[in-house]
Design a protein around this ligand. Sequence first.
Ligand SMILES: *Cc1c(COP(=O)(O)O)cnc(C)c1O
Length: 494
Amino acid sequence: MKLYSTRNLSEIKNPKDAIIKGLSDDGGLYCPKYEDIVAHKFDIEKQLSNDYKATAKLVFSIFLDDFTGAEIENCINLAYNKNNFDEGNVAPVSKIGDNFLMELYHGPTSAFKDVALTILPQFLTTAYKSKGENKKVYILTATSGDTGKAALSGFKDVENTIITVFYPTDGVSNIQKLQMQTSEGKNVSVIALRGDFDDCQRLVKEIYTDSEIKNLCEENNVVLSSANSINIGRLVPQIVYYIQTYIDLVNANNIKLGDKINFVVPTGNFGDILAGFIAKLLGTPINKLICASNDNNILTDFINTGIYNKKRELYKTISPSMDILVSSNLERLLFLLSGNDANFVNGLMNSLNKTGEYKIDESLLNKIKEHFVAYYATQDECKQTIKDAFKNDKRIIDTHTAVAYACLKKYGHYEPSVVLSTASPYKFARDVLKCICDIDIDTLDDFACLDKLNELTGESMPKNLAALKTKEKRFDTTLSYEESKKFVISNIKK
Ligand SMILES: *Cc1c(COP(=O)(O)O)cnc(C)c1O
């Protein structure tokens, strides 16, 4: 599968090289062509006996076709096992009201990012070994909360790699912060960057594309790579659970083979929902992908009007992993639906950089609307949804899942729908508790909140969160944008 820069069709990589590189030098994202995806459309009826690993193997052998079958199986076995996921179950599906919840939070850090970030280090080291080079891979990661910890966990003490995570000061929940600050491993570092998530993401993209830093890396035998969803190795694993969920729903007689279903996706950087779109192109019977946003509703506006305008305030919400204005993976959707028109995408991205906005025409917008609808839920609607789900559906959902569930209700649909549940409610225990009980939460510390949630719901507490209480805080550095860049440079020279 050839992967092209979304901004320049003559920049082409095979999957292994694209995974190592992360982002193209021109700032574009590596992406297959539309017709190359559709050419691999398969008959889902023939896949009904698949378990998660078998579907993963199917998807990986399509997109990562320079990996051998044995390499792919090895990566899958190292990632999707009982050590990483509760009972080895990556994406169990359960009921919520008349709909379904895809529980993606049973991994080592209790967020859906684990599904991709348990396997990305395996892909990367496999790709790297087959090159036979002796370079150090330096992973830079911007996080709005969940990616950071999942990447730190996935890359902990992985041979020949070092990793630095940047999170925005005050932009993440206390539990998320603590998860990152207590990270173990000789090769990891964590920086609080003075700014918001978009600053973190901009920093990382700027470092990748800086020619001086590029030279410095060459002198020091370092290659920069990314664990963000700009890396194609992050995106591909996320395709699997859409297909597998469909298979599981058919096998449990919840839907009939061929029935079209909706997926509701709490969206930030647009990576997760884009994976759903690719699953649809591969033949999964999907009606609509429902793009759910919080008060930062830039994607809702874009999908409804065709105008992407980032000249607006970024609100801090109780669903911080979705507090984003520049959704990187939207670039891949624009590439795919414009007929792989890299010049066109490049123009839009230049316009976004220069003027803070871009606009697409009616015909492209209609192509997007064929597959996507978009809604947003305000902070109050999100809180009410957590309360209602607890009372009516007897389900306890986190603040991100609640945004999606609220958006599903706005959609008012007839087809069966699956809400992607992207984080454990324990990760946002304080905010969730405030919605479901009347006691004064402000007097409780974060650990008392975890216990209280446990007491009220009886739902088991993730082991990694319970263990935070006794872990040493190793990282407590706050840096400015410029200082962060210097920090990276000094690590390259080490
Ligand atoms: C990252 C994240 C999202 C958003 O996913 P994208 O792929 O960035 O759109 C939603 N919910 C949670 C809990 C997350 O961590």
